[in-house]
Ligand binder design. Structure first.
Ligand SMILES: [Zn+2]
Length: 145
């Protein structure tokens, strides 16, 4: 099922880890509606960069979110976030392009090897963070480092 012109429900729910661990990551109707909002934002990102977007993680059911070590309150749990890459483009440049294009988001996190873009049920905060992975866990700092 297509959510928007270039994004399908499948690619926003697919997960290698879910497949490997036999986790059923099927999205319910409310999650599908949220994923449609995310897909609409991804269309804006696609238009801004002029290239296809690769989604590595969209919706995560609780079991999958736990399996990947996702944050307890992760927007992925509501189908309100996507982790994305663009082939041939550094994630930092992708993050900067999204910001420069004025695309509205709740959270944009530059995670080193991918970009997390999240929405929210309520007001969008437009928060920009950089995630640094340390032995003690993930540390977030404001802005794109
Ligand atoms: Zn994410």
């Amino acid at each position: 099922m297509n959510l928007t012109e270039h994004f399908t429900l499948d690619e926003l729910t697919a997960s290698q880890i879910a497949a490997r661990r036999r986790i059923d990551n099927t999205a319910g109707p409310a999650v599908v509606e949220n994923l449609r909002r995310v897909a609409a934002v991804l269309e804006q990102v696609r238009a801004a960069v002029g290239r296809p977007i690769t989604v590595s993680s969209g919706y995560r059911c609780p079991a999958l979110n736990t399996a990947v070590g996702g944050a307890r309150d992760s927007a992925h749990l509501q189908g309100l976030a996507a982790d994305i890459n663009v082939s041939g483009m550094a994630p930092k440049d992708l993050a900067r392009t999204i910001i420069a294009a004025g695309i509205q988001f709740d959270q944009l996190i530059y995670e080193g090897t991918w970009v997390h873009i999240g929405l929210a049920a309520g007001k969008l905060r437009g928060q920009v963070l950089t995630a640094t992975f340390t032995q003690g866990g993930v540390v977030y700092s404001a802005g794109i480092a």
